[in-house]
Design a protein around this ligand. Structure first.
Ligand SMILES: C[S@@+](CC[C@H](N)C(=O)[O-])C[C@H]1O[C@@H](n2cnc3c(N)ncnc32)[C@H](O)[C@@H]1O
Length: 203
């Protein structure tokens, strides 16, 4: 598998699952790496992504159990999600593909005590945000060079289809403002590599 910066944050996301969590929704699951990790921890996962070719790869990779993974080829914004259902909803590098207000539907799908965890991408807005992100540039360049070298040695890129990628247009200030408005009590934490972690726990 090619190196993916987002995968670095999977342990952090897995730790956000509430104790005793049973059901999870992974929005924009791509090839299902996080969904499989959640299933390996015993959660039953609904994994949603409209990219059929990518979901086909995820399905072919199977599920490690003991939890299950059910893949759905769908645009999450067009789905009617079950209410008060999921103990954990994850969105990794996918929220910027849809209107930010989608978090309202995701919030409603959370069970009481359930957690929404968004690993998102946004532009810097303050000097501090910029400092955190600039500090990550050398590591980012090094990681990219190592991966490129490994791919060359291995005879080229991994043949797996890559999930579609889209540029993000919100700034961190936008994310903080919209999170405070739509998810009162949520937290936005700045991470390296132009990423943020938005967390919200339903009362
Ligand atoms: C950058 S990829 C991230 C994939 C995966 N989460 C990962 O970390 O490898 C963004 C994913 O979001 C999916 N996506 C885009 N719009 C979506 C939507 N409206 N509903 C659900 N998924 C969507 C894309 O098809 C793509 O697989």
């Amino acid at each position: 598998m090619p190196f993916d910066h987002n995968d670095v944050y999977h342990p952090l996301l897995l730790r956000l699952a509430p104790a005793g969590a049973r059901r999870a929704l992974d929005v924009g699951c791509g090839t299902g790496t996080l969904a499989r990790k959640l299933a390996a921890r015993g959660l039953d996962v609904d994994a949603v992504d409209p990219a059929g070719e990518v979901v086909a790869v995820a399905e072919a990779l199977g599920s490690p159990g003991p939890g299950t993974v059910s893949y759905r080829r769908a645009d999450v914004t067009a789905l009617s999600l079950p209410s008060r259902h999921y103990d954990l909803v994850t969105c990794v590098a996918s929220l910027h593909h849809m209107p930010f207000g989608t978090v309202t539907a995701l919030r409603e799908s959370l069970s009481p005590g359930g957690v929404l965890a968004v690993l998102g991408l946004a532009h810097a807005s303050t000097m501090l945000d910029r400092a955190v992100w600039l500090g990550s540039v050398p590591i980012n360049l090094l990681a990219t060079a190592v991966v490129a070298a490994a791919e060359r040695l291995g005879g080229g890129r991994d043949p797996l289809p890559r999930a579609p990628i889209r540029d993000w247009d919100m700034s961190l200030a936008d994310v903080r403002r919209e999170s405070a408005r739509l998810l009162p009590g949520s937290r936005v934490r700045v991470l390296p590599f132009w990423r943020y972690l938005l967390t919200y726990r339903r009362a």
